[in-house]
Design a protein around this ligand. Structure first.
Ligand code: ADP
Ligand code: MG
Length: 703
């Protein structure tokens, strides 16, 4: 349970005095639903109000804080002219101007003959000083209410800085002093402040430098977050590997035959990955390995050989795919090999109903199905495996941890030697090239195999960026290509984040292209029924459809080697990783491929750079690293799909170096104090709760 000391920080925003329901909603959208979320909402710039000259010395176009006496009020002559209030000090005069403000309010705010402290931007008209709508007007005894340096926060429509700052100040004031979880040595070496001090400093920057992600206070807060992340991952890992796996050591015969059946030799990368995986499987612990490989790098063959290693021992293996299309494709490529090997591969998806489904379930249950390929249907309650030893999860980022665990729970076989229930081995695969640093944040110390080389014979994809002004030319060129029997992908733009408008755009483009190319054009999008989608994909892969207009549904895994041209419309709206994934659909066959990135001018600096990276590189890992540099980790990969943790304080574009530090720290901590029982251990538990890693604390013995 969350420690009491944190209760105030996890209160709802409604508990902040002075925020009504409307603002609660806006702040929630902006920062998050809890007090702590406001604390994590750090300023992006500042307003320095320390300049406090006399009126004589006041320089125009600067923010100044002035102590003045109110002289006279001049109400406006008509609605278009301002209400003016003339003030002075011993050295000069200034005119305060207000538009659309009620006179009685101003009479109360600035009573004639009294002294007020005002702060705002000084302007000069001729030789008159003027301030339009001062940001602050207070009596001299309340001067302290004007922050000398005012933090400016990221805002959203309907939210202004002043009330937001106030709410955040309140939130920060609720933060307790806590026993520090930070390693003394690290703190001294890095010259980092304590937690509360760091938070206060981050919210009260005294200079531009203090706003930089590498300012000590900000680094400290980022490190806390990364440490919580690494600690949580290490704990999960510990809990998983503590479960005994079973040693799966086949005789190699199926693998040998399969190699002979494959129409190619494995690349060195593939060989290495297979050796690492089967090595893990043969060991006594549960395997949890990530296979990373760019699109087209040949992960399926690696999965096949791994599955055969399990099947050789008489056990079953499952291959989980995120979509119906992909599951079918796997069945199509692996099914025939299974047949040749005298094995039974079955396909189970959400579409199998009634009798057909029952028959498949029976084969899974009585063990006559050796290889089970499918979608989410694979881990439904009524699916019972006779003896599932290996689960392969393709495109794992499409699945949540709990889904992976649901599948893992299907392996409840007994280890024949020990009689203990053994955990199944798990291989997760991803085509999302993740820079090493990020792998660490998403998977901690999960074992990783990487396919770094592409199968031989691939021709590089010729990538070009073309302005959408040249749409006509493009359509002509496509016409010629279609005539010569080429298949073409046309990927439609991502419109804001509403899927509906994505769809509208795709449909519109489809109609336009259909008017040129008639029935050769097909449309596939995420809102279609699986059956219809498959029918179109099928027609594109094998039939009459030669031009496939698609939203990003084609992103994952689809394999049509005859498709050698891809047009991506509004390419500037896609993330680098997504473009890379999309482009991976072509360049799969023997023929030369072309990818046209259509953009709408004018391009932002970053968009230009992104497109030129795409033009220059086809290496997913290089592209991912560049993406990280260019955009910062938060935006990387389009977080919605990536399954990557989102950090609130750490920005891996800047805090990369802190990550291995946090990993080593986490390892050492758990090595010395596996259940976080020591004094620092207790403080670290609080840290885990602070960053909402509550679930992982349950892996610890209660302390
Ligand atoms: P991905 O890693 O994207 O899942 P696939 O496993 O679908 O890639 O492989 C892409 C294509 O490359 C497939 O057509 C596959 O048959 C082929 N392939 C895989 N490995 C090799 C290899 N070593 N040599 C030649 N072609 C290969
Ligand atoms: Mg694949």
């Amino acid at each position: 349970m969350r420690p009491e000391i944190l209760f105030p920080l996890f209160a709802e925003l409604t508990t902040v005095p002075g925020i009504g329901p409307r603002f609660t909603r806006l702040y929630e959208k902006l920062a998050g639903p809890k007090i702590i979320d406001l604390c994590w909402h750090l300023p992006v710039s500042l307003v320095d109000r320390r300049y406090a000259p006399t009126l004589h010395d006041a320089q125009p176009d600067r923010i100044a804080t002035l102590t003045v006496t109110v002289h006279d009020h001049y109400p406006p002559a008509n609605r278009r002219t301002p209400y003016r209030v003339v003030c002075s000090d011993n050295t000069g005069q200034i005119e305060l101007t207000f538009f659309h403000v009620k006179g009685d309010y101003l009479a109360r705010l600035l009573p004639i003959g009294e002294t007020r402290v005002i702060s705002g931007k000084v302007e000069r008209y001729g030789n008159r000083l003027q301030m339009t709508h001062p940001d602050h007007v207070v009596t001299p005894d309340k001067q302290d209410e004007i922050k000398r340096v005012e933090p400016v926060y990221p805002l959203t429509a309907g939210v202004t800085n002043k009330p937001l700052s106030k709410a955040i100040s309140h939130a920060v004031s609720l933060c307790p002093e806590m026993p520090d979880w930070m390693d003394r040595g690290i703190m001294q070496k890095e010259k980092w402040p304590g937690w509360k001090e760091a938070l206060l400093k981050a919210h009260n920057p005294d200079s531009e430098d203090a706003l930089h992600p590498l300012a000590p206070a900000r680094q400290r807060l980022a490190y806390d977050e990364l440490l919580a992340n690494q600690l949580a991952l290490t704990l999960i890992r510990q809990a998983q590997t503590a479960r005994k796996g079973r040693a799966i050591k086949g005789n190699g015969q199926l693998r040998e035959k399969a190699r002979a059946l494959l129409p190619f030799d494995l690349t060195n990368s593939q060989e290495e990955a297979v050796a690492e995986i089967t090595g893990d499987m043969e060991g006594p612990n549960q395997m949890l390995r990530l296979l990373q490989g760019d699109v087209g790098s040949g992960k399926t063959a690696v999965a096949l050989l791994s599955m055969l290693a399990a099947i050789e021992t008489g056990a079953q293996a499952a291959l989980l795919a995120p979509t119906e299309i992909l599951a079918r494709q796997h069945m199509e490529s692996l099914g025939p090999i299974a047949d040749e090997l005298g094995l039974k591969a079955v396909l189970l998806t959400g579409r199998d109903k009634g009798k057909a489904r029952k028959a498949i379930l029976e084969q899974i249950e009585d063990g006559s199905a050796n290889m089970v390929i499918g979608t989410h249907a694979l881990f439904q309650d009524d699916v019972n495996y006779q003896d599932l030893a290996l689960a392969v999860v393709d495109e794992q980022h499409r699945f949540g941890v709990h889904q992976r665990l649901a599948l893992a729970a299907k392996g409840k076989s007994k280890d024949p030697l020990s009689g203990q229930v053994a955990a199944l081995d798990m291989l997760v695969m991803t085509a999302t090239p993740i820079p090493r640093t990020l792998t660490l944040t998403a998977y901690g110390d999960m074992d990783v195999s990487r396919l770094t080389e592409k199968p031989p014979g691939r021709k590089p994809v010729d990538t070009r960026t073309v302005s959408s002004d040249r749409m006509e030319d493009i359509i002509h060129a496509i016409g010629r290509a279609l005539q010569s029997g080429t298949k073409v992908y046309w990927v439609c733009p991502l419109v804001e984040d509403s899927e509906k408008s994505d769809l509208a755009a795709a449909e519109e483009r489809f109609e336009a292209l259909q008017s040129h190319f008639g029935d050769k054009a097909g449309l596939v999008h995420g809102k279609m029924k699986a059956r219809d989608k498959d029918a179109v994909m099928e027609a594109f892969a094998k039939g009459a459809v030669d031009l496939l207009v698609a939203t990003t549904v084609i992103e994952v895994g689809v394999n049509v080697p005859e498709a050698t041209i891809m047009i991506v419309e509004h390419a500037e709206r896609f993330g680098l990783a997504q473009l890379h994934q999309l482009r991976g659909r072509i360049g799969r066959g023997a023929d030369k491929s072309t990818c046209i990135l259509l953009y709408h001018a004018p391009l932002s600096e970053t968009a230009r750079e992104r497109l030129s990276i795409m033009r220059d590189s086809e290496d997913g890992f290089v592209i991912a690293e560049k993406d990280l540099e260019l955009r910062g980790a938060g935006e990387l990969l389009g977080t919605r799909q990536s399954g990557m943790p989102e950090f609130k304080l750490a920005d891996l574009a800047f805090h990369k170096e802190l990550l291995p530090m946090a990993r080593d720290d986490a390892r050492l901590i758990l090595h010395n104090d596996p259940d976080l029982q020591s004094e620092r251990g207790q403080a670290l538990r609080t840290l885990l709760y602070l960053f909402e890693r509550d679930a992982t604390v349950s892996y610890l013995k209660s302390g």
